[in-house]
Design a protein around this ligand. Structure first.
Ligand code: NAD
Ligand code: G6P
Ligand code: MN
Length: 443
C-alpha cells in the first residue's frame, strides 16, 4: 500500500535543532512521505530567522513539500499527523540561571539534573500541557513526539495530568552514545546491534548489546569504557566540545562503581557531584558556551543562507538526533515495529520498581502503538538510586500541580545532588526569584 503523506508541525520552530530535523524530513520522503512541514513558536522574531533559511533548504531539497511557519496555535495544530516538540521555556537566559544558581551554593548546576533540572521542569510543564491541549483540540488523532526537556519531569507531568494523551517523551542521549559505541567497535552504525537498557531519563544503564548474530559486544565496550570512558576521536560535533569530552571521560569512573553495565553519562551528576562542582566555572557554564557558539552559529548560518538565497555548503545536516524522532514517527505511521528507547509508564516492565514511575526502556513501536519490553528485576544499587531520583521528580510535579513550596523544597532535598535540606531551601529561594515570570506561585 502506498504510504500516506504526513503533515508535521515542529513546535519550538526557532530551536537550534530545527534545521537539522527539517533536513532529515526532506531527505527521507521515500520512507516517510511528507505533505507539509509547519513551524510553530511563541517567539515570532526568533522563529522567522530559522524559518526563512529552512524555506530555502526545503525548496532546494524537496520543492514538493509545503513549508510554512506561524505563531498561531490554531493554524499550527490544525490538520496535522505529528507534532515534533522541542521548546525551551525561558530560553538560554534561564538555562544560565539553572546552572549558576545551584553552583553558587556548591551544588551541581545542570540543564536537566538536580535543582536546575527541577527549575526547568517547573517552567516547562504548563507549556507542554498547553501544546497537548492544542493538539487534542485541533488534530485529535495526531501524536506528539516530545524532546522538550527536562524530559523526565515533563513525562511525569504528562502521566499525572494527561495520562491518555498521544504524547511520547524521548531523549537522544542513548542514541548519541550508541553511535559512539558503534565507532568504538568499528561497526559504523548503531543499527548493527540491538540493546537492552533501563533507567529513568538521563539516569540509566545498558545491560546488553548484541550484534545481529547474537554475539555479545558488552565485554569489548566495557573494557574500552574502563580504560577511556566514552572518549573517542571523531570529527567535531555537539558531543565533542570540550565540556562534553569531560563528560564522556567520566564514564571511566562511572563504570568502576558499577562494572556489570554501561552507564549513561548523565549519572556523573549524581555519582560524581563533588568533582563536577570542583571542575565547574560558576561564571561561565555550558549555557554561556552555547550562547557564544551554537546559538550564534545557527543564527549566523540562517542569515547567511537567506542572504545568499541558497543553502549550498551549509553545515545544517541530519544527525542521530533528527534521525531518531523521524524514525519514531515513521514507526507510528507505518508499523515498522522498530525498537526504540522511550520514556513510558513502568507498568510492570521493571518488576521490582514503582509501577507508576516513568522509566526509559526499550519499546517496540508499531502503527499507533508502543509496546514496552519486559526488563525483569533490577539490582539493589540501581533500584535505590532510581527510587530516590523518581521521588524527587514526582515531588517536583506535585509541587507544580499543588503550587506547594513544601513539595518543591522536598523535591530538591530528595535529589542526590543536594547535600541537605538547608542548602535545598537556599537554592529554592533563589530559583523562585529567578523564575518569577514562569513558575506558578508556591505557597
Ligand atoms: P532553543 O532555545 O534554541 O529553542 C527553543 C525554542 O522554543 C525557542 O525558539 C523558543 O522561542 C521556543 N519556545 C519556548 N517556549 C515556547 C512555547 N511555550 N511555545 C512555543 N515555543 C516555545 O533551544 P534548543 O537548544 O534548540 O533546545 C530545544 C529543546 O530541546 C530544549 O528543551 C532542549 O533541552 C531539548 N533537547 C532535548 C533533547 C533530549 O534528549 N530530550 C535533546 C536535545 C535538545
Ligand atoms: C543530550 C541530551 C539532551 C540535552 C543535550 C544538551 O543530547 O540528551 O537532553 O538537551 O544533550 O546538550 P547541550 O549541547 O545543549 O549542552
Ligand atoms: Mn536527553
Amino acid at each position: 500500500m502506498e504510504r500516506k503523506k504526513q503533515k508535521v508541525v515542529i513546535a519550538g520552530g526557532g530551536s537550534t535543532y530545527t534545521a537539522g530535523i527539517v533536513t532529515m524530513l526532506l531527505e527521507n520522503t521515500d520512507v516517510f512521505p511528507i505533505e507539509c512541514i509547519k513551524l510553530y513558536d511563541n517567539n515570532a522574531e526568533r522563529q522567522e530567522k530559522v524559518a526563512k533559511a529552512c524555506e530555502i533548504i526545503a525548496r532546494e531539497i524537496n520543492p514538493d513539500v509545503k513549508f510554512s511557519w506561524t505563531t498561531d496555535p490554531e493554524e499550527a495544530f490544525t490538520d496535522i499527523d505529528f507534532v515534533m516538540a522541542q521548546i525551551r521555556v525561558g530560553l538560554y537566559a534561564l538555562r544560565e540561571q539553572d546552572e549558576k544558581i545551584p553552583l553558587n551554593h556548591g551544588v551541581v548546576g545542570q540543564e536537566t539534573c538536580g535543582p536546575g533540572g527541577i527549575a526547568y521542569g517547573l517552567r516547562t510543564i504548563g507549556a507542554v500541557i498547553e501544546m497537548i491541549d492544542y493538539m487534542e483540540k485541533y488534530s485529535p488523532n495526531a501524536w506528539m513526539l516530545n524532546y522538550s526537556n527536562p524530559a523526565a519531569i515533563v513525562a511525569e507531568a504528562c502521566r499525572r495530568l494527561r495520562p491518555d494523551s498521544r504524547i511520547i517523551n524521548i531523549c537522544d542521549m542513548p542514541v548519541c552514545l550508541e553511535e559512539i559505541f558503534a565507532r568504538i567497535l568499528g561497526l559504523g552504525s548503531r543499527k548493527k546491534f540491538d540493546v537492552r537498557y533501563y533507567g529513568l531519563n538521563h539516569f540509566g544503564w545498558w545491560t546488553s548489546i548484541e550484534d545481529k548474530e547474537g554475539n555479545d559486544l558488552m565485554p569489548a565496550l566495557k573494557k574500552y569504557c574502563a580504560e577511556r570512558g566514552y572518549e573517542e576521536f571523531t570529527p567535531a560535533g555537539q558531543h565533542k566540545e570540550s565540556s562534553w569530552l569531560d563528560t564522556m571521560r567520566a564514564a571511566k569512573q562511572l563504570i568502576e562503581i558499577e562494572p556489570e553495565t554501561l552507564p549513561n553519562t548523565y549519572l556523573k551528576y549524581y555519582l560524581m557531584q563533588d568533582e563536577t562542582v570542583e571542575h565547574a566555572d560558576k561564571n561561565y557554564t555550558r549555557a554561556n558556551e552555547i550562547m557564544d557558539r551554537r546559538e550564534k552559529d545557527v543564527f549566523a548560518e540562517c542569515d547567511r543562507i537567506v542572504e545568499a538565497g541558497t543553502a549550498k555548503g551549509t553545515f545544517f545536516a541530519a544527525s542521530e538526533h533528527s534521525q531518531f524522532i523521524v524514525e519514531l514517527a515513521c514507526a507510528l505511521a507505518f508499523n515498522t515495529k522498530e525498537r526504540f528507547l522511550l520514556i513510558v509508564p513502568n507498568n510492570g516492565a521493571i518488576e521490582n520498581f514503582d509501577q507508576d514511575a516513568m522509566v526509559e526502556i526499550p519499546c517496540i513501536v508499531g502503527k499507533d502503538r508502543v509496546e514496552p519490553m519486559s526488563i525483569g528485576r533490577i539490582p539493589t544499587f540501581q533500584k535505590g538510586l532510581m527510587e530516590q531520583q523518581v521521588a524527587s521528580e514526582k515531588l517536583a510535579v506535585e509541587a507544580w500541580i499543588e503550587q506547594s513550596y513544601q513539595k518543591a523544597w522536598q523535591s530538591l532535598t530528595m535529589n542526590k545532588t543536594v547535600p541537605s535540606a538547608k542548602v535545598a531551601k537556599e537554592i529554592l529561594d533563589d530559583l523562585i526569584e529567578a523564575n518569577k515570570e514562569f513558575w506558578p506561585p508556591l505557597n
